[in-house]
Design a protein around this ligand. Structure first.
Ligand SMILES: O=C(O)CCC(=O)C(=O)O
Ligand SMILES: [Fe+2]
Length: 304
């Protein structure tokens, strides 16, 4: 009888050390559970490695209809997809948003006066009216985002389009703020137009790029983003998507999902963002819009 959570061979420790848990999991995860940290409740690093292994397998499956997905980071899970949107789609989204763009503002609680946000100086607009979200072009784009992110349509916020002009930026922040009641599972960020210089999306994976440290990090990406925290950045190409998950697979908020948009140095930067919440979202334009009709609710004439 094989009892769980034991080693059943005195070589288990040695085999685990030389990587047999990954190389030969069929045997090892049964016979060497303790050494492989695969017991229930054992939070050893193995599960993470197993997931990495599985995801590599998944992402190596090529299908003519599937865009190629590159892994930019494991924690937070971040994927990059080239040409996720066509040039025409990028231009169409810019055209839809252009007349409506407005600057991010913060409202002073006591005076009610609106101030321009210091953390975020760009302009943005939510495509939140029926004529936007029922637009076949927008609907098709959001559906593709939903399929690639693997979160249901009813979790989708309205699609947002943002523009950064020269000098504009968005300092490091989290897209998901569970303590404020905003729980976003995933962000699908698409570069509708990359700037000529600057405007990188950075994931520094450490605290020192916050607020006053932000510009310094943007000026020294290699040293302070890639070096210091083993973080990464994306320069952005037209139509390219970055898909990142602000929570781990167990639902925990991932502190490494902190990111920002460096100041644009030359030209304009346009992006579209689609956020999908952790749960079905009553404020979603697609909450009821795409709900399947319940079976059996057909006209009288059709029954019997
Ligand atoms: O524009 C970017 O590169 C990032 C934007 C962003 O992080 C946001 O709008 O939440
Ligand atoms: Fe963000």
């Amino acid at each position: 009888e094989v009892r769980p959570c034991d080693d059943h061979n005195d070589q288990c420790g040695y085999w685990a050390a030389i990587g047999e848990c990954q190389a030969n999991p069929k045997y090892m995860l049964v016979m060497c559970q303790a050494s492989c940290h695969s017991c229930l409740g054992d939070s050893g690093a193995l599960h993470e490695r197993m997931y990495q292994h599985l995801e590599k397998k998944i992402s190596s499956v090529r299908d003519a209809h599937q865009p190629q997905i590159l892994e930019a980071s494991y924690s937070p899970r971040a994927l990059v997809v080239d040409r996720f949107l066509s040039e025409e789609e990028c231009e169409a989204l810019k055209d839809l948003a252009r007349p409506h763009l407005h600057h991010a503002q913060t409202i002073n609680r006591s005076t009610g006066a609106a101030y321009l946000d210091k953390v975020r100086t760009n302009s943005q607009f939510y495509l939140d009216r029926a004529e936007h979200y029922e637009d076949p072009l927008v609907l098709d784009i959001v559906q593709r985002m939903h399929r690639i992110a693997r979160v249901p349509m009813g979790h989708a916020e309205p699609l947002q389009v943002g523009r950064y002009q020269k000098g504009q930026f968005y300092q490091t922040h989290f897209d998901s703020e569970p303590l404020q009641g905003v729980k976003r599972a995933v962000t699908v960020l698409v570069y509708l137009d990359p700037p000529q210089a600057g405007g990188e999306t950075i994931f520094p994976k450490h605290q020192r790029c916050q607020e006053d440290g932000f510009e310094v990090c943007c000026n020294r990406l290699e040293e302070l983003v890639a070096g210091e925290g083993k973080g990464f950045w994306v320069r952005g190409q037209k139509g390219q998507a970055v898909i990142f998950y602000s929570h781990n697979l167990d639902g925990q908020h991932n502190a490494l999902s902190m990111h920002g948009s460096c100041p644009v140095r030359e030209g304009e930067k346009w992006v579209a963002q689609q956020w999908f919440r952790i749960e079905p979202y009553a404020g979603s334009p697609y909450f009821q819009f795409l709900a399947p009709k319940s079976p059996g609710v057909t006209g009288e004439a059709e029954s019997g």
